[in-house]
Ligand binder design. Structure first.
Ligand SMILES: [Zn+2]
Length: 274
């Protein structure tokens, strides 16, 4: 079977609004289902009213990736692994599409955990012990048990970042705090990360729960292109909050580097748009 030519459009508006899981489901459905429409995907995958969305949301995602109507149902009746092999051997670059399809394999989250764990072991000979320590902290501090996979993922990332130390320095405020007041925070929101980004331990940074984690995640502060902390002017601040944030402004984010700058820029750009 001949693979059609990718024909990506430049408009990324719909694509940017969607998280990795949604994009993965849309792409999988488009390539593997025979008779599904954009409107049905808007309804069934995105939970939108197809009468008002008109299918434009999933269509926008697919067009951005270059998967126009020629791709509809090309793998209908085919097996996932064979289809992936076929894309891999095509002369066009399907690596990101393959990543999206692999995400729909049932053991994809176990594979992610395994791969991150390997990274941890590669970097630290006592990783197993450090992972157990950091995992037990999450159980203690949350008070309740999270879903086991995401708890493991956070435990591994904490193990990689904090190893066996008792205190660490927050990448944003530079205060040294006990590890149970610290988190391994995603620089680029986890839901927007592809599988390979989730497997990359550089996607997280050590930040404190005593302010910085929320200030960054909720977009009150941003890290500029030189790695310096700035107030996000588009947010509303009380006078008191402004006083707190002004102490951070101008500091360097200690986790800003060549390996992390793309993740920071994703976050920065996502704050500008809304
Ligand atoms: Zn902090």
């Amino acid at each position: 079977m001949l693979i059609p030519k990718l024909d990506p459009s430049r408009r990324d508006r719909e694509y940017k609004q969607r998280n990795f899981e949604e994009i993965s489901q849309i792409v999988h459905t488009w390539l593997f289902a025979n008779d599904v429409t954009h409107r049905e995907m808007d309804r069934d995958i995105l939970g939108l009213d197809p009468l008002s969305s008109k299918g434009w949301q999933s269509m926008g995602v697919l067009h951005y990736l270059g998967l126009k109507k020629e791709f509809k149902g090309i793998f209908h009746n085919a097996e996932l692994h064979q289809s992936i092999d076929q894309l891999r051997s095509d002369e066009q670059d399907f690596s990101f599409i393959i990543e999206l399809l692999e995400n729909s394999v049932s053991d994809s989250s176990e594979r992610l955990i395994k791969s991150l764990y390997e990274v941890g072991k590669f970097r630290d000979k006592d990783f197993e012990e450090h992972f157990k320590l950091r995992l037990s902290e999450i159980e203690n501090t949350d008070g309740r048990r999270n879903q086991s996979q995401s708890r493991k993922e956070q435990g591994i990332l904490r193990g990689i970042l904090f190893k066996g130390v008792q205190e660490a320095k927050c990448a944003i405020c530079h205060r040294t705090l006990p590890i149970d007041l610290m988190v391994a925070a995603h620089i680029k929101p986890r839901s927007k990360c592809s599988t390979s980004e989730r497997k990359n331990p550089n996607v997280v940074m050590p930040v404190c729960k005593v302010g910085c984690d929320d200030f960054y995640e909720k977009g009150y502060i941003l890290i500029d292109q030189s790695g310096v902390i700035q107030i996000n002017e588009e947010m509303y601040y009380s006078d008191e909050l402004e006083t707190v944030l002004s102490e951070l402004t101008g500091k360097r984010c200690t986790h800003f580097s060549q390996e992390t700058e793309d993740f920071f820029s994703y976050k920065r750009n996502s704050l500008k748009q809304d």
